[in-house]
Design a protein around this ligand. Structure first.
Ligand SMILES: [Zn+2]
Length: 288
């Protein structure tokens, strides 16, 4: 176990961004240690490697090349690819990894992704016997119309639906759909560790501070993330508990968030969905 920890620390600066008491980054399961390693891609994407022993599941490989390099460097062997939605920066490397390694590619049944040969949908389970793990598939539309998330072992891989301190843009779905998807994820256990598709946290927190300037948790998190990013470390994973305290898109029930959204919209907002819709629109035009 110590060797594994060294390996993770050496080339993948292992994320430990959670304030004290928020949990750790590792789980012990079936006498195996599960690690989640990050592979940066493009400008601000993260490709996640769920590792048990020397086997990994690759989540949202927008680019095969950095994944291949990481696998080779650490003598890891992929067992499967998991995709959350069809955008190229999440699936662009899936076909190359599948053909190189002969591994299955799981992805949303309701989106056309040529590389996906194991379409999955709400209620399905992705079994990864090579890792001794299985994940439930959650249907989380809004960012795209068929977006899915993978949940299991206290880990959530949610693509571009829920971001740390923010949420995905509405490309194909409605605000009501995305709000419902986020509410569902928000109901997961508080210590669930959340791995999303992009490093957007600092910018998201600037918006969160604009919505809730007096929220001490948002302020503390912004400082914590600033320090992490100054060292070129990921701001992730987050936890559901931390999101509930700091993510305005999960805080539509807060009177402060409601007031801010109403002030920005210039009108009273009758429901949490309306508050969410107003926040999403506000953030779309926000220059933080
Ligand atoms: Zn996307």
């Amino acid at each position: 176990m110590r060797a594994a920890a060294r390996l993770a620390a050496k080339t993948f600066p292992h994320p430990s961004p959670l304030p004290e008491g928020e949990g750790t980054n590792r789980s012990i399961l079936h006498d195996n240690m599960i690690d989640v390693l990050h592979v940066p891609a493009f400008h601000d994407n993260y490709i996640w490697l769920i590792r048990a022993g020397n086997r990994v599941a690759v989540v949202d490989p927008g680019d095969a090349e950095p994944v291949m390099q990481a696998l080779q460097r650490h003598a890891l062997q992929p067992a499967a690819v998991l995709c959350t939605h069809h955008h190229a920066d999440h699936v662009g490397g899936a076909a190359a990894l599948a053909s190189r390694w002969g591994i299955p590619v799981y992805g949303p049944a309701q989106e056309p992704i040529p590389a996906v040969d194991r379409p999955v949908d709400e209620g399905d389970t992705v079994d990864l016997p090579e890792l001794g793990l299985s994940f439930s598939v959650l249907f989380t539309p809004g960012h795209t119309r068929g977006h899915i998330a993978y949940y299991g072992h206290g880990l959530l891989f949610c693509g571009d639906t829920l971001f740390a301190a923010g949420c995905g843009r509405l490309f194909e779905g409605t605000a009501a759909q995305l709000h419902a998807s986020l509410s569902r994820l928000a109901a997961l256990p508080g210590d669930t560790r959340l791995y999303c598709g992009h490093e957007y946290t600092a910018a998201n927190l600037r918006f969160a501070q604009t919505v809730e300037p007096d929220n001490p948790d948002v302020r503390a998190r912004a400082e914590h993330v600033r320090q992490r990013r100054a060292q070129d470390l990921p701001s992730l994973p987050s936890t559901i508990a931390l999101e509930l305290r700091t993510n305005p898109f999960l805080r539509t029930a807060s009177p402060t968030v409601q007031r801010a959204a109403e002030t920005h919209a210039g009108t009273a907002l009758a429901s949490q969905t309306e508050i969410f819709t107003s926040l999403r629109r506000w953030k779309d035009g926000f220059q933080g």
